[in-house]
Ligand binder design. Structure first.
Ligand SMILES: CC(C)(COP(=O)(O)OP(=O)(O)OC[C@H]1O[C@@H](n2cnc3c(N)ncnc32)[C@H](O)[C@@H]1OP(=O)(O)O)[C@@H](O)C(=O)NCCC(=O)NCCS
Length: 152
């Protein structure tokens, strides 16, 4: 069987949102919803980069930039996902390079990402792309905000 054509990496904006019309099932956690995609792209602080092969999105990296009163602009790298049929072809590596380049252009001084301790592929990926592991391991807490909110 012939190799598929190489992936093309795009930084998505409102004018190129139709790239997301065709997405492999396992790139995002859930199907892309057009109204949420529009809301995401309407915020200039958000970044979405995708990898496209033969008109189909087979990988993505997303994040948002933010400032804090005492800290300069930074990127939180929120999610990275590549379709299983394209694993280990260097697509995530290229997506991360592209999102970091975009963050640099926007003036970010730092980027950071978190993943599950047992997600070894992701940990290897972040290490392989220049990420330095923070040795103060963190724990995540979630506040469900759609309930009654009287758990105090
Ligand atoms: C993690 C993930 C994004 C990697 O995507 P990918 O396109 O296959 O990664 P790449 O081919 O660019 O790999 C780059 C480097 O990352 C590391 N790596 C990637 N997958 C790995 C694996 N399964 N085991 C060990 N190292 C791995 C390697 O160092 C690799 O370089 P090499 O192939 O030259 O050895 C992919 O496995 C995935 O989508 N996983 C499910 C979603 C997820 O867990 N996302 C991250 C948390 S949000």
């Amino acid at each position: 069987m012939r190799d598929p054509p190489p992936a093309i990496i795009h930084v998505v904006d409102s004018s190129s949102a139709t790239l997301l019309n065709r997405v492999d099932d396992d790139v995002f956690d859930h199907p892309v919803r057009p109204e949420l995609l529009s809301a995401f792209l309407a915020q200039p602080s958000n970044i979405l980069v995708v990898a496209v092969v033969s008109g189909v999105v087979v990988g993505m990296a997303s994040g948002f930039t933010y400032v804090h009163p005492d800290k300069p602009l930074a990127l939180f790298l929120n999610e990275v996902g590549v379709s299983k049929r394209f694993h280990r072809r260097g697509i995530a590596r290229r997506l991360i390079a592209a999102i970091l380049d975009r963050a640099r252009e926007m003036g970010c001084q730092e980027a950071w990402v978190a993943t599950e301790v047992d997600n070894l592929p992701a940990r290897e990926l972040y290490r392989a792309t220049g990420g330095v592991e923070d040795d103060r391991h963190a724990v995540v807490y979630v506040y469900p905000l759609s309930g009654r909110g009287d758990e105090s």
